[in-house]
Design a protein around this ligand. Sequence first.
Ligand code: PFF
Length: 452
Amino acid sequence: MDVQRGQWSSRMGFIFAAAGSAVGLGNIWKFPYITGENGGGVFVLIYLVCIIAVGIPIMVAELLLGQGSKQSPVGAFEHFHKKGSSWGLVGWLGVASGFVILSYYSVVAGWAMHYVKLSLQGFTNLDTETIGNTFSGLYGSATQNMFWHTVFMSVTIMVVIGGVKKGIEKTCNILMPLLFLLLLFLVGRAVFLPNDGFMKAVDFIFMPHFEKLTPHGILEALGHAFFTLSLGMGAMLTYGSYLKSRKEVLKSSIAVSLLDTVIALLACLMIFPVIFAFGYEAEAGPGLVFKTIPIVFSQIAGGQILSVFFFLLLTFAALSSAISLLEVVTATFIDKLDWRRNKAALISGIVIFVFGIPSALSGSGKIFGAWADIFGKNFFDSMDYLASNWMLPIGGLLTAIYVGWVMPKEKLEYFFGAEFYPAWIFKVFYLLIRFFSPVLVLIVLLYKIDFI
Ligand code: PFF
C-alpha cells in the first residue's frame, strides 16, 4: 500500500468533502428542472424512495470498498477478489464515467462563472425580459462557453494537484457551510414573493399528483439519485479510501445523503416560488436556474450583491463536485501507473477538457451541429443522458452485485461491528444490497432497453 496516500484530517473534513462531491449542479441546477419537467411532487416522492432504497445502500457499499481497500476504484474491485479478475473493469467504467461527466459538468459550471461576471456588471438591474433572455445568448456563444470551460477546468486541476487535505478538504470546508447559509437565506427571501408563489411552489414540490407519473419520470429519478449522490463511478469509493476508520462508513453515508437531499429540496424551494410568482414555466429545462434566479434578485433590494454570491456559490458547489470527478481519474493513475499527483491531475484534466469541447460548442451548433440530427440530442445532452441514465446505474448495479454477492460476508460485517451498531442494521443493509437495490436498478435498465 502507498504510505504517501492522503487521508482526511477529521470526520467533519470527510463529511464536508463527501457532501461537497454530492452537493453540486445536480442539486441546484438539475434537480429543480427535472422536477419541473416531470410534474413535481410525484417525481420528488419517487426520487426519495430511490435515495433511501438504492442510494444509501450503494453509498455504504462504495465507502466500505474504498475504506477497506485503501485503493482507487480499479484496485478496490480487485482487492476483495483475486487479482487479475475482471472486476477491475468496473473500476475502469467508473473512470470513464468521471471523464464523461466532468467534460460537460465543466461547461455548466462555466455558465455559473459567467453569471458571476454578469452580476458584478449589474445585469440584475435590467428589465425582467432581458434578464430572462440572457441565457440563450450565453448558450449560443461558442467563445464564452470555451472561455469559461477553460477557466473552470484549470481551477479544478489546481485544487486536485493540491492533494487530499490541502486541496480538496480545505476547499470543501469553506465552501459547504457558506453554500448552506446562502441557500437558507434565499429560501427565506422566496417566502415573501408575490402572487402566493411560495405556497404554490410548496404544493408543486410536495403534493404528489399520481396522474403525472410516467415511466420516464421513474427512470430519471433513479438516474438522478446516482448522479446527485455521486454514486456508480467510484467517487465516494475514492473518498472512502482516504477515511481512517471503518466506523464512519455507515454514519457518513446517511449524513451525506441527508445533507444532499435537504439541499436539493431547499433549491426547489428557492427556485419554484420565483417561477410561480412571475408566471414562468416550471418545465423551462436546463436554463431554469439561469433564467429565473436573476429575476428574483432584480426584484430585491441589494439583489445585485446577492446575485454575485449566489452564482459564486453555484460555482463553488460545482467545483467541490468537479474535484471529486477529477480525483477518481487522478487517483487511478497514481495508484495504477505510479504517476505523481501533479502529472496525473494535469494530464487527465487536459484530456477531459478536450473531450468537453463539443459540449461547450453544443449550444452554438458550431462544428458538432450534425450530432443532434443523428442522435436526436445535442452532444452536451447526449453526454448527460449517457452518464446519468446508463453509466452510473450500470456502475451502481455492478457495485451492489460485487458487495452483495462476491465479497465474503464476514468482510462486510466488519464495517458494521457489534461494537458500534446493533445487529439488525447489518441485516437490513445486506438485504438491500443483495436484493432490493440491484433488482430495482436492473428493472429500470431492462425497461430502458424495452426488454420489459
Ligand atoms: N453529485 C454531483 C452533483 O449532484 O452535482 C455530480 C457528481 C459528482 C456526479 C461526482 C458523480 C460524481 F462522481
